[in-house]
Unconditional design. Structure first.
Length: 218
């Protein structure tokens, strides 16, 4: 078996029995060499992933919706290539103030409606594709603090995430130039803030050759 997908189509109330069933699914994934896992839970309470998921060395593709990452020490998905997070929260390491997620083979990271993503140091030297959609915590300051933002070559932002980059003063130049080759901006609203943030990214991306902009039409 290569792929496991768990969906709930309508909101529900968490019960210890259902939580136990999901936990057992995670244990099954960890013990049977599953490579692709999708967990999409249509509930209002975020599900805290059991620690066994963080020891699964066979996962290459992971898609999670409405989850909480409570990171154990030295969290590492050694073979994960693609990580998609939606309506999820990244919590700190248990017993530590350091938030480090080791993803040595990760190439694609997508974050939608996620919180605290700016507080986690993601070590992923192979990351090239990054999507940040409906994020209100990632700012231009993160480009100076988080190395993955200096390394990516393909970036996708929506209008709200682009605007929030400028919640701190928009710099003329970043500390180091970006390696962006393509930039996609969706749901763009024409405003001084949006345009100034977009121009900052372009000024600091000498290698960019592809630009896509999808404007909001009222």
């Amino acid at each position: 078996m290569e792929k496991v997908m768990v969906y709930t189509a309508t909101p529900f109330v968490w019960s210890p029995l259902f939580r136990s069933d999901v936990d057992q699914c995670i244990i099954f994934v960890s013990n049977h060499g599953i490579q692709k896992l999708t967990l999409d839970l249509a509930n209002h309470e975020k599900y805290a992933l059991p620690y066994t998921i963080f020891t699964c060395s066979t996962l290459t593709h992971l898609k999670l919706s409405r989850h909480i990452f409570k990171l154990p020490q030295n969290t590492q998905f050694p073979n994960l290539v693609s990580l998609q997070l939606e309506h999820s929260a990244l919590d700190g390491h248990v017993g530590s103030n350091r938030n480090i997620l080791l993803l040595p083979l990760l190439e694609t990271l997508e974050s939608r409606f996620c919180v605290d993503v700016d507080r986690v140091y993601i070590s992923s030297p192979k990351l090239v594709n990054l999507s940040i959609l409906r994020s209100y915590t990632v700012t231009f300051q993160c480009f100076s603090l988080n190395p993955i933002l200096k390394r990516i070559t393909h970036l996708w932002l929506d209008g709200s995430s682009l605007k929030n980059l400028g919640s701190v003063p928009v710099p003329d130049r970043l500390a180091l130039p970006l390696k962006l080759q393509s930039l996609k901006i969706s749901d763009l609203k024409i405003s001084v803030k949006h345009i100034s943030c977009a121009l900052c990214l372009l000024r600091n991306s000498p290698n960019i050759y592809k630009l896509g902009i999808d404007e909001v039409v009222k």
